[in-house]
Design a protein around this ligand. Sequence first.
Ligand code: PGA
Length: 245
Amino acid sequence: MELKVFPDYNELSAAAAEMIVGCVRSKPDALLCFATGDTPKLAYQLTSVLAQKNNVDFSSCFIIGLDEWMGIPPENTGSCHYFLHHYLLSPLKINQRQVYLFNAMTANEEDECDKMDSIIAGNGGIDFVLAGIGLNGHLGFNEPGTATNTMAHVAILEEITKTIGQKYFEENVNVSNGITVGLKQVMQAKTLLMMANGRKKAPVIKRIMEGEASIHFPASLIRQHIGGVLMVDNEAASQLETPFK
Ligand code: PGA
């Protein structure tokens, strides 16, 4: 794993966009898996600008969503569906045929997870995952304690995930489960890019880098990932013992 520290959120986001575009440039039919959240917002906005500027064609890649709030319809502005369409898929002019996002309204959760598993397996695994980091260390909705051999599944969300998740919604929502690509699939991705910015993520980055790498803090498993890149801004790196640059 590699740790990269950037002076601020803008530079961090620009570097993440470079990685996304670079992945598709070197493998046009890559399978890309994208998280939502406040962290990757600017990186996604910059991705379409950079792709256009560098003439990188995204029409052969396939994109999956890392996770989704169960029971939240795609038109809800707080859903991962809405976010990905708004910040990434529409600006990049990605065709619907190139995308699979979890159907959080499904009556058959098992079937929904199987669908995601077979897309990932059918593509020979994920090429590139971009994930944020939850304050409890979750990776997608792989909450603390999730086994490392987990495939796509529906997870019971921790209180902190539900409480913090409320920030994405305009109204009060009552969500108790999330559907997510599994820890095994994330860890087997060729590249795992994890991003964090801001002072509130500093304790999380400290724990990832200086604590034990374990399922009790799933994001810490990036330390065991050969293609892991942890990119943070100075504020998120501010509690690290060794100042990294
Ligand atoms: P955030 O969420 O990007 O909104 O901080 C990160 C996460 O919970 O994975």
